[in-house]
Design a protein around this ligand. Structure first.
Ligand SMILES: [Zn+2]
Length: 425
């Protein structure tokens, strides 16, 4: 039963109500309305056919637990059952974000490489926190993610299908994003989420599906049986290291053919491993989200600003000279900031991300004498030890020369690594 403009809807929380303002959109499961809740504009998803009691109780639990992070448009209030159905209230999706599927159809484009990898990082972080809370997402696909093209910020929607590990929401997800074991009839869990995460990351970065190559292109009709084969029992990565029968097809899978060799080797190696037959067939061997975060951080460490044309370019961190993919200029990349097993390439104008929060912590600047400087753009001061053992403090916005042997302690602003230390090399 549809709701009408001005209609009052009762919430399960302490006698609260909200008032319907207007309809925002209609999907397969329900209609989303803009509502007023105590003077605040929110969104109400109202189910066409009310899902069962278990679903209702699970929604109430998720409301009570709260969102794992600000990436989630999470159910904040549940309605009582009335007018033949029920629904839940969440934040309105702000403008400037577009559905992930729109990027795959080239209706929108990410503005920069750094925005693409910021989005990748935020998706990994969201799933890490979701799993840490004991949930699994279950229905991960290109319609649940909204990305802002300017900076890669991500919002994860449709969180009503989020269930505790090992419980089944009854929603099976979209075939192209479902793990092979789910296509075969299994119950979604954090391991199947990790498969879906690899698929999403691949598509975000390379703009093609990692299982859709020659074999799928040659299929005259994608029947349910074929779907079960290509995404389930016979799933085969397009760049499988042992089997080249599903390679991308020229003129069809254009994006991945262009991007695959142009993006860092570490990314290629990680996808070849994560989408190998072993990982496709053994869910528990798939990489955890924290490992993905580390891979993306390392990939970002080799994404620099070209000193000549000022465009972004990847460089090969194992080399001493970088070559700009935009203008072809060659430039020195010997100066690094080294932290653990990370080696961040320094060129003027490049931003460095020490932690995983997508906020730059360092900006590489040039002094009036042409020397490269590290500007502290983090939120706390650093303690810096010079090669001769002197300690000095570098406040927020202050700069530090890039002298080899300088050691930086980043203070408290680094999420998850309060005592992180790095050295200029
Ligand atoms: Zn250039």
């Amino acid at each position: 039963m549809d709701l009408k403009k001005g209609q009052t809807v009762h919430l399960t929380t302490g006698g609260m109500t909200c008032t319907v303002i207007e309809e925002l959109g209609r999907g397969g499961q329900g209609t989303v309305y803009k509502v007023d809740l105590g003077g605040k504009k929110m969104a109400l998803k109202w189910y066409h056919i009310p899902p069962d009691e278990k679903f209702y109780k699970n929604l109430q639990k998720n409301v009570d637990a709260g969102a794992p992070s600000d990436a989630f448009i999470w159910p904040e209030f549940l309605t009582v059952r009335e007018n033949g159905s029920y629904g839940y209230v969440m934040k309105l999706r702000p403008s400037g974000y577009y559905e992930f599927g729109q990027y795959l159809l080239a209706r929108h484009q990410m503005k920069s490489l750094s925005a693409i990898f910021a989005a990748a990082m935020k998706i990994c972080n969201g799933f890490k926190l979701l799993h840490r809370y004991g949930y699994s997402y279950q229905d991960l696909n290109d319609g649940n993610f909204f990305i802002r093209p300017d900076d890669g910020d991500v919002l994860i929607c449709d969180n009503d299908n989020v269930y505790p590990q090992g419980e089944k929401s009854g929603i099976m997800g979209k075939a192209r994003y479902m793990a092979p074991e789910i296509v075969a009839g299994g119950i979604p869990d954090k391991y199947s989420d990790r498969y879906s995460l690899s698929i999403l990351l691949f598509m975000l970065i390379y703009l093609n599906h990692p299982l859709e190559g020659a074999r799928v292109a040659a299929c005259p009709c994608m029947t349910e049986g074929n779907e079960k084969k290509f995404y389930g029992s016979e799933a085969l990565f397009i760049y499988d290291s042992q089997n080249n029968t599903n390679l991308p097809v020229r003129g069809v899978h254009t994006n991945v053919i262009r991007r695959w060799p142009a993006f860092p080797k570490l990314l290629r190696d990680t996808f070849i491993d994560q989408l190998s037959q072993e990982k496709l067939k053994n869910p528990t061997t798939r990489m955890v989200e924290q490992e993905w975060e580390k891979v993306i951080a390392k990939v970002r460490d080799t994404l620099v600003i070209c000193p000549k044309c000022r465009q972004e370019t990847f460089v090969d961190g194992s080399q001493t000279t970088g070559k700009c993919v935009e203008c072809g200029a060659q430039f020195d990349i010997t100066r690094r900031l080294v932290m653990g097993d990370r080696s961040m390439v320094l060129t003027p104008g490049t931003c460095l991300f020490i932690d995983m929060d997508n906020k730059p912590d360092i900006k590489v600047q040039t002094s009036s004498t042409g020397e490269m400087m590290l500007q502290n753009v983090s939120t706390s001061s650093w303690n810096v030890e010079t090669p001769s053992g002197k300690i000095r403090q570098v406040n927020v916005n202050d700069c530090l020369p890039t002298r080899p042997g300088l050691k930086i302690s980043f203070g408290t602003s680094i999420e998850g690594a309060p005592n992180a230390k790095a050295e200029v090399k």
